[in-house]
Design a protein around this ligand. Sequence first.
Ligand code: C5P
Length: 328
Amino acid sequence: MTIVTGVTARVPAKLNLQLAVGPPRADGYHDLVTVFHAVGLFDEVTVEPAERDTVTVTGEGASTVPHDGDNLALRAVAALRKQVRGGNRTTGVRVSIAKRIPVAAGLAGGSADAAAALVAANELWTAGVTPQRLAEIAATIGSDVAFALLGGTAVGRGRGERLTPALAPATQYHWVLAFAEGQLSTPRVYAALDRLRSAGPGGATPRDPPDPGGEPSPPDPPGPALDAALMTALRSGDAARLGRALSNDLQPAALSLYPALRKTLAAGLELGALGALVAGSGPTCVFLAASAERALELAVSLSGAGVCRSVARVTGPVPGAAVVPGQG
Ligand code: C5P
């Protein structure tokens, strides 16, 4: 009998090709319509049996990842354990995270680590939890965790956790990521968006009380909607079309908190990118290139232009979190 000492899962970063954000909900979240896209920048998460749950983090931004119960990977393991009956299979675990996805960069690195921990612990404990049930557990950990399990390209609704895979040809897109100095907190970026919107044209908000005796206030704006032009571009596999259709409602908010990103986005477009946008809540900037060669040229030029901390070339879509075969 083989004794499994540890299981490693690999998990990709995500981009949002569209991120349409509705008004804040009563629970503080925002309804979204987003097009997630998993790209080849991976964290690796290893789980091994241990006396009690612990986590160690190495690599990109390791010192800024929580090492306690706030760690999303540890929370994911604890949530899975509650679901698994069957005695001593559910030991404590030592979780080791090797990070390449920068922390608080708009690429859902923390959510990715939670997804990888779920997949790895499910295997370590031979728990046999189904992908559908894992996705339900994932959604309780964070809005982006279910997509990190699924990977590929998918439309997300609700908080982002209700997923429909996008039917698209097997086109591989070439992206350049420009990593920024520092981090942006996702809740702060959403709050900045709410402020910008309520200060919007004329300073009135859709929630302002009606003016007594005046005109009735206008109806609430429609909820966020999927961009048909983006979906057509994805179905065509035409990178130039996709580049023109990229959009992110959080971008003005991220730029308001990190104005230097304007220069980064402008530099990438001047250097020939087919499209540019802030990744999720930022501060990473994302550029679409026409080919692998163009992506290399763009990456070299961007890093020479001094408009970012470092660059990476990635392709997408790639599959979601999966056990790395032959380890442990
Ligand atoms: O779900 P997750 O923990 O990743 O979300 C982090 C924060 O981002 C939330 O606390 C909330 O402030 C914001 N958020 C939001 N609406 C969403 C997703 C996230 O307001 N749909």
